[in-house]
Design a protein around this ligand. Structure first.
Ligand code: ARG
Length: 265
């Protein structure tokens, strides 16, 4: 009788121990799985950007990379089941970083152009933009044509730089090509340029956030629609497929429109 009671107690103890152990095991997996990428089993892609481009990609006071593009990529990653880690490269260094595989892809309000498509592959378009002109409030500039004999600041090697180079001539010293868009705008504010040309969202955001700076924007019908894409190393079909899968999903489920406020295509 006593023996069987003992056995019974030992049995219960064993069952309890295993429950605790199983419990512990499950608990710890959950804890590390929720935050980490290693235990989640999801692939982590390194994403390069030029975080000087508010409201699209920029840094908050704490140095976190945020913006509309970042929200879009986060949504794409969630929809396609991968993780992302952002790295700030700056605009020009971003392109070699994609080439040499330091990053899996780049997000940076990058317009898909035939020239770039010769060296890189692009995802399906996820955003529509156009160039916009920013001038001092008292400027007599009324159209893009009016910039032909003016000093114009742009961010170097952007589509803004390209349209201005087409109008003024590639080697024209009146083109002020700055490393970042904020620097290009500063050149204009400081009187080193008569106008700035850049992507509409960024120009509009600058004006909205600097109500004390006396500037106005000028639209021009000659500016073509530009489509932003995510950029991968030429031939990286694997990453391209993941990105396009995510883009298709967030176009379908309305998430992309929720972030940007408009439909693409
Ligand atoms: N859309 C323009 C281009 O592709 C400008 C992009 C600049 N992006 C940036 N994050 N600085 O040339």
């Amino acid at each position: 009788m006593e023996k069987s009671v003992k056995r019974f107690l030992v049995g219960i103890a064993l069952v309890c121990t295993s429950i605790v152990l199983i419990g512990c095991g499950t608990g710890s997996t959950k804890t590390s799985g929720s935050g980490g990428d290693e235990t989640s089993g999801k692939r982590k892609l390194i994403v390069g950007t030029d975080a000087t481009y508010a409201p699209m990609e920029y840094m908050d006071e704490k140095g976190n990379i945020i913006g509309i593009d970042i929200d879009i990529v986060n949504a794409i990653a969630e929809a396609a089941g991968f993780e992302v880690e952002y790295k700030n490269y700056g605009w020009e260094p971003l392109f070699p970083a994609v080439d040499n595989g330091e990053v899996d892809f780049a997000v940076s309000s990058i317009t898909i152009t035939p020239e770039r498509e010769q060296s890189y592959d692009f995802s399906d378009p996820y955003f529509i933009a156009n160039q916009l002109i920013l001038v001092p409030e008292d400027s007599d500039v009324e159209s893009f044509e009016d910039l032909a004999d003016k000093r114009v600041s742009v961010q170097i090697n952007t589509t803004g730089h390209i349209v201005v180079a087409d109008l003024l001539g590639k080697t024209n010293s009146k083109i002020v090509a700055a490393e970042t868009m904020p620097l290009a705008i500063t050149e204009m504010i400081n009187g080193n340029a008569d106008a700035s040309v850049g992507d509409n969202a960024v120009i509009i955001d600058y004006k909205a956030n600097n109500p004390n700076v006396k500037v106005k924007t000028i639209e021009d019908d000659s500016f073509e629609k530009e489509y932003y894409g995510l950029m991968v190393k030429k031939g990286n079909q694997e990453v391209l497929d993941m990105l396009n899968e995510g883009i298709e999903k967030i176009k379908e489920n309305g998430k992309l429109k929720e972030i940007t406020g408009f439909d693409v295509e």
